[in-house]
Design a protein around this ligand. Structure first.
Ligand SMILES: [Zn+2]
Length: 473
């Protein structure tokens, strides 16, 4: 059972210490690991069932003169079977977890590129021939957050070529995290005019196309969303191809794929381990955590309070030893307040890298900040906001709880004693001052005009310990 599960665990083990020239608050020190397991695959029983259902449907379509017209001169190439849904703009939104296994020796694997990014099925050993079929497809994982992408339906599975739907299975469980599940998955199967068949497996239940068996789809047409149905560890698309003779075929051309001379892809992606590209830049309110099954909360945030710590993270398909990542944090005045170079010490796949930055407690730093990453000459950036706007949500941190009551009072709670609060308008004019000797108090704002204000909060020694911005509606 040794290779039943081929597990890829990517681990940043180095600890780095970054030092900023401009800001003592900064601490750049943390690394992460992104753990990516493969799916255990389909059982022979499931294959038998699928083949039988496909044959039945094909016979029926033929009988009714409804089957797609085959064109022997068709030189079909496949487009990529995933696309990003409208409204999302990850730099790259997928990575490849497993390829087709070309090695028929049990517990031995070879992908098209002579690497080992694939796996054998445990129960797939043929005692008569002494061969073992491995994974017969490519597993494409929505990235950087498979579960969240599944939940939010950020990525779509689309037809790789024009074709006819010859089988659909829907309504099966789609949120599995291990192989202790029923085999049944949700899938769409297409027949193309060159006689080939493409399978789109492990789809999210209830999201499949409303078209039916016999209907035609265009290349790029929506078929469903990636899910985690059947014996699956995480959401992905299992894309499987059969040629016109019904032979299982790997569409990737390479030195260890002797099935084809030329790629069946219009544009064959770079081999996963060499695909050293950034998938996404994200900012987090706590260190990112990608460990849990079904997890859809990743501490993602693009809004921070003065004094809070933010965690900028870069997600990759792969990196190679010696490649350098540069990360910068730029404040609203255009000053680079954090500048980190990190040289990777080994090769990684499906990895992420993050650091941390503590935003100074200053009302003057409220505004739009930039997190920028430079990797292999490509510069990526995303914005994040530093704000204290009560019109959006209450402000909560370790020390303070500042809430708005009916747009007429601010309630301030601190773990330590507060002596005074002063409210200023944006021109710096003192509008209101109130003294206390408490750690929980209210200040009226009902007679303030609509607009933006700053509130300074003083400790017992009459020092400003917090400045927050709020919006009076
Ligand atoms: Zn698969």
């Amino acid at each position: 059972m040794k290779n039943y599960l081929y597990i890829t665990i990517i681990l940043f083990s180095n600890l780095i210490i970054g030092q900023s020239k401009n800001n003592q608050n900064e601490s750049l020190h943390v690394n992460g690991f992104y753990h990516l397991q493969t799916a255990p695959g389909l059982s022979n029983e499931l294959y038998d069932e699928i083949y039988e259902a496909l044959n039945n449907n094909l016979d029926l379509l033929k009988k009714n003169n409804n089957l797609i017209t085959l064109n022997s001169s068709s030189d079909l190439k496949y487009g990529w079977p995933l696309k990003q849904a409208d409204g999302y703009n990850y730099i790259n939104y997928w990575l490849i977890a497993n390829y087709f296994d070309h090695d028929e020796v049990q517990y031995s694997v070879t992908d098209y590129n002579c690497g080992q990014k694939t796996f054998d099925y445990a129960n797939d050993f043929d005692y008569d021939s002494g061969t073992a079929h491995g994974h017969r497809a490519v597993d494409i994982v929505p990235s950087p957050y498979p579960w969240k992408i599944m939940d939010d339906e950020q990525v779509e599975v689309v037809a790789a070529a024009d074709g006819q739907i010859i089988l659909i299975t829907n309504g099966n469980k789609d949120d599995n995290c291990d192989f202790n599940n029923s085999d049944f998955w949700n899938a769409v199967y297409l027949k193309h005019n060159d006689g080939s068949t493409t399978w789109y497996g492990r789809l999210k239940s209830g999201t499949l196309t409303t078209k039916e068996v016999g209907d035609y789809v265009n290349k790029g047409e929506f078929l469903g969303h990636p899910g985690s149905g059947g014996k699956s560890f995480y959401p992905h698309l299992h894309f499987e191809v059969y040629d016109s003779q019904n032979n299982s075929v790997d569409p990737f051309a390479g030195p260890c794929n002797n099935q084809i001379d030329e790629s069946l892809w219009e544009s064959q992606p770079v081999y996963a381990n060499d695909d050293t590209v950034v998938n996404a830049l994200l900012t987090h309110s706590d260190p990112p955590n990608l460990q849990s099954c079904g997890q859809t909360e990743y501490n993602l945030s693009n809004e921070f309070l003065p004094g809070s710590t933010m965690y900028p993270a870069v997600y990759f398909r792969a990196v190679k030893s010696g490649q350098v990542l540069n990360m910068k944090i730029i404040n609203p005045y255009g000053s680079v307040v954090s500048n980190l170079d990190y040289s990777f010490q080994q090769d990684y796949q499906s990895n992420y890298f993050y650091s941390s930055y503590t935003i100074p407690e200053s009302a003057f730093l409220i505004g739009t900040w930039v997190f920028q990453a430079n990797f292999l000459g490509n510069v990526y950036s995303i914005n994040f906001e530093v704000k204290s706007s009560l019109s959006i949500k209450d402000i909560i941190d370790d020390v303070f709880f500042l809430s708005e009551i009916n747009n007429s009072k601010l309630r301030i709670h601190s773990n330590s004693l507060i002596s005074k609060a002063e409210i200023f308008d944006i021109n710096g004019r003192l509008i209101k001052s109130k003294s206390f000797n408490n750690n929980d108090f209210e200040i009226g704002i009902h007679n303030l005009k609509s607009g933006i204000y700053l509130i300074n909060i003083f400790n017992e020694s009459s020092e400003v310990i917090k400045t927050l911005k709020f919006v009076k509606n």
